[in-house]
Design a binder for this molecule. Structure first.
Ligand code: A2P
Length: 276
């Protein structure tokens, strides 16, 4: 069977992004090369990394080893909170490109707003310059609330094309997704499986049995039907394959409503305002 073709989502800057990407958080340099090689062979085209993950060297090696040319791949990296501000963020991006062995990435994100430092607007202005210089095709943010988004939009007139936030059935970010839709911002879900903890929810287990797919496939299909971009992480080839095999079934309204009942506000990571 040929690998699944992952649909692209159109972004507000006229470019497009694969709706499913391969997440690499917590995969170290030694393991990420083989993981990317396997993911690309299985049909993934987008790879999500970050300076903070300390695996960009391996991600770069994986990209060069992979069976698809660089021009077919979509690479995202991020600037960590200790590197915010004009000079440091520019240096951070140059160092990331150097480690990745790339002349540009497809998407560059501010990893966390770190509002107490009050440097995210200045960093956003630098991102606008880096995009004009061709160091990145698109610019976006991660872990931004409505307040942080409004501030960068009001101060620069430039909206991020993506906000990557923790999002899964426990924390579906309903209000933020509405705000995104009103401002042309695509939503990427990090920890789309809530670090796999949501997979044992009885509702998810029941739906997996009904649809004859795995619990992870139920949750990832729910994301796709909400219009989210997802970046599931796995180091197991069978799971890497499973996590893009989402196009042979569709959740009906009752299934979507059943998953909506799982909302309880539980996060697996920090609240955006709590990390500096
Ligand atoms: P592993 O890497 O051992 O496969 P998230 O992307 O929400 O952070 O979740 C990642 C976690 O979920 C990892 O612990 C990963 O484990 C696990 N995981 C990823 N895909 C699947 C899957 N299809 N079924 C079960 N667990 C999965």
């Amino acid at each position: 069977m040929p690998p699944p073709v992952i649909p692209d989502l159109l972004l507000a800057d006229g470019t497009s992004i694969p709706q499913i990407g391969f997440g690499t958080y917590k995969i170290d340099n030694d393991h990420v090369v083989a993981a990317i090689d396997a993911a690309v062979a299985l049909g993934y085209r987008a790879i999500d990394t970050a300076a903070f993950y300390k695996n960009e060297t391996g991600v770069g090696d994986g990209i060069r080893l992979a069976s698809a040319p660089r021009s077919d791949l979509y690479i995202t990296t991020k600037v960590w909170t200790t590197e915010l501000g004009a000079t440091k963020s520019r240096a951070s991006v140059m160092a990331s490109l150097d480690r990745l062995g790339l002349d540009h990435v497809d998407l560059l994100l501010i990893h966390w707003p770190a509002p107490k430092l009050d440097l995210y607007v200045e960093t956003w202005k630098t991102f606008i310059e880096l995009q004009a210089e061709g160091k990145t095709t698109s610019i976006g943010v991660s872990n931004f609330t409505e307040e942080h988004l409004s501030r960068i939009i009001d101060d620069t007139g430039v909206a991020p094309v993506v906000n990557q936030v923790e999002l899964h059935p426990w924390e579906p970010q309903t209000a933020l997704r509405k705000f995104h839709a009103a401002h042309g911002i695509a939503t990427t879900a990090w920890s789309p499986l809530a670090r796999n903890q949501v997979l044992s929810e009885p509702v998810i287990v029941r739906l997996a049995s009904e649809y004859e797919v795995s619990p992870a496939q139920i949750v990832l299909r729910w994301h796709l039907q909400l219009g989210n971009i997802v970046i599931p992480k796995s180091t197991h080839v069978e799971r890497i394959a499973q996590n893009i095999d989402l196009f042979g079934f569709e959740l009906d309204d009752a299934a979507m409503a059943a998953i909506a009942t799982l909302e309880n506000g539980h996060r697996t990571g920090n609240h955006p305002n709590d990390r500096n």
